[in-house]
Unconditional design. Structure first.
Length: 404
C-alpha cells in the first residue's frame, strides 16, 4: 500500500503557514474517512447480496438513517458549547465506532425488524455526526490562513481523498474473504484511531450565542435562499454517489472487489487535480466560471452514468466526474467559509448543516420512491435519478451569490 502521497501531504502542511492543530485535524479526517469509506460500499452490497433486500428497501433503510438528523440537529449546539471544538469533532469517531461495530449484529433478513433494531443507533450516529460537522466548519473558519485558504482546503481534501483511494480497495478484499462483520471491525479500529488523534490534545471552547428556537427561526428568516439552492444541488448528487451509485455498481459488477478497485482507482486521479485547483484559488481568487463550466461539464459527464453498463466505460466516467468535481468542490468550500466568516459564524455553521442534512433526507426519499415505483425496467430508475442529479448540479453556482 503506497502511502507516500499521504505522508508527503501532511509534511507539506507544516510549510503552508498552517498551525499544528490543522495538521491534527487533517490526520483525524484521514482516519475517520478511511473508516467510513472502508465500509460504505460493503453495507449496500451486504444488504443486497446476503440479506436479499430489494433496492427500494435499501433506500428506505438509509431514509430512516437520515431522518434521525432532523430530530437531533437543532439540539447539538449545547454539546459543542460545553465540550469544545476538537473534542466535539472526535464525538463522530465514538458514535461511528459504536454504530458500525454493532450494525452487523442487528441486521436481519427481516427488513422491518432490522430497521426497528437499528433505530436507536441511527439517533446516536446522527447526534455524533451533527456535532462533528458543525464543529469542523467552525474550526476551519478560525484556523485557515486567509492568504492560503485555497491550498489549505485542497490539502484537507487530499487527506480525505487519500482515504477514498485506499479504503474501497481494502474494504472490497476484507468483505469478500472475511465477511461484512470483519469489515465493520476494521472500520471500528480506524474510527477509534481518528478519535484518539483529537481527544488526546488540548481544546478550545466557544460560547454558542443562540438557542434551538432561535436557530430554527433564523434558518428560515436569515439564511439566504441561494444557500438552500446551492446545498440542494450539492447534496442531491452527493446522495446519489453515497447510495445509488454503489447499488448501480453492484448490478454491473456483482463482485465487491471489482467495485472497490474501480472506485479507488478513479478517486486517485482526482488528488493531483485537487492540489492545482487549490493553488489557483490562492493566486487568482474564486472564479464564477469554475462553478459554471464545472457544473456544465458535470451535467454532461454524469448523464452517461445511467445509460452505460460497460465496466470500462463506467470507470472512465467516474474518473472524469471526480476530476471535474475538484474544479467545483474546492471553490465551493472556500465560498462557504467566506460566508461563515462574515458574521454569526457558529449559528451559520449550524444552519448550513441543518439545511444540508434535511436536503439529504429529501434526496433519499426521492430515490426510495423511484425504485419502489420502477420495478420492471430498473435501468430507467437509474437514468431518471442520474439525469435529475446532473441538472441539480447547476444550482451549486448560486453559492457565489450569497448576500447578507
Amino acid at each position: 500500500m503506497n502511502t507516500k502521497a499521504i505522508n508527503s501531504g501532511f509534511h507539506r502542511l507544516f510549510h503552508l503557514h498552517v498551525d499544528k492543530e490543522m495538521v491534527e485535524v487533517s490526520l483525524y479526517q484521514f482516519f475517520v474517512n478511511l473508516g467510513r469509506n472502508l465500509i460504505v460500499l460493503a453495507l449496500p452490497f451486504y444488504m443486497y447480496k446476503t440479506l436479499g433486500y430489494e433496492i427500494w428497501q435499501i433506500c428506505v433503510f438509509f431514509l430512516f438513517w437520515q431522518v434521525a438528523f432532523t430530530f437531533v440537529m437543532p439540539f447539538v449546539g449545547c454539546f459543542i458549547d460545553k465540550v469544545g471544538l476538537k473534542h466535539s469533532m472526535a464525538t463522530r469517531s465514538v458514535g461511528a465506532a459504536i454504530f458500525w461495530v454493532t450494525l452487523p449484529l442487528l441486521l436481519q433478513e427481516n427488513f422491518w425488524l432490522s430497521v426497528g433494531l437499528v433505530a436507536p443507533f441511527f439517533l446516536l450516529r446522527a447526534f455524533s455526526r451533527s456535532v462533528s460537522e458543525i464543529s469542523y466548519d467552525i474550526f476551519l473558519v478560525h484556523h485557515i490562513n486567509r492568504e492560503m485558504k485555497g491550498k489549505t482546503l485542497a490539502w484537507l481534501q487530499i487527506a480525505i481523498m487519500s482515504s477514498v483511494v485506499l479504503a474501497p480497495v481494502l474494504g472490497g478484499f476484507i468483505t469478500r474473504y472475511l465477511g461484512f462483520q470483519w469489515t465493520s471491525y476494521f472500520a471500528f479500529l480506524f474510527f477509534l484511531t481518528s478519535g484518539i488523534v483529537l481527544m488526546m490534545t488540548p481544546d478550545e471552547k466557544f460560547h454558542l450565542p443562540y438557542s434551538p428556537k432561535k436557530l430554527l427561526i433564523d434558518t428560515f428568516k436569515e439564511a439566504p435562499k441561494e444557500l438552500f439552492m446551492a446545498e440542494f444541488g450539492r447534496v442531491f448528487f452527493d446522495a446519489i454517489l453515497w447510495i445509488v451509485w454503489p447499488i448501480f455498481l453492484i448490478l454491473v459488477f456483482k463482485d465487491i472487489v471489482s467495485i472497490g478497485n474501480i472506485v479507488g482507482i478513479s478517486s486517485g486521479l482526482a488528488i493531483i487535480v485537487m492540489f492545482f485547483v487549490g493553488r489557483g484559488i490562492d493566486k487568482k481568487g474564486i472564479s464564477k466560471k469554475s462553478f459554471r463550466f464545472g457544473a456544465y461539464r458535470s451535467m454532461c459527464i454524469n448523464f452517461f452514468r445511467g445509460v452505460m453498463w460497460d465496466p470500462i466505460a463506467l470507470a472512465v466516467v467516474d474518473a472524469l466526474h471526480k476530476i471535474n468535481s475538484q474544479t467545483m468542490q474546492v471553490p465551493y468550500d472556500a465560498e462557504i467559509q467566506k460566508w461563515l466568516r462574515e458574521k454569526d459564524t457558529f449559528e451559520r455553521a449550524h444552519i448550513r448543516w441543518m439545511i444540508a442534512e434535511n436536503m439529504y433526507t429529501v434526496a433519499v426519499a426521492f430515490f426510495a420512491a423511484i425504485f419502489f415505483m420502477v420495478t420492471e425496467e430498473i435501468k430507467w430508475a437509474f437514468i431518471i435519478i442520474f439525469v435529475i442529479g446532473s441538472l441539480a448540479m447547476l444550482l451549486t453556482q448560486t453559492v457565489a451569490k450569497f448576500e447578507d
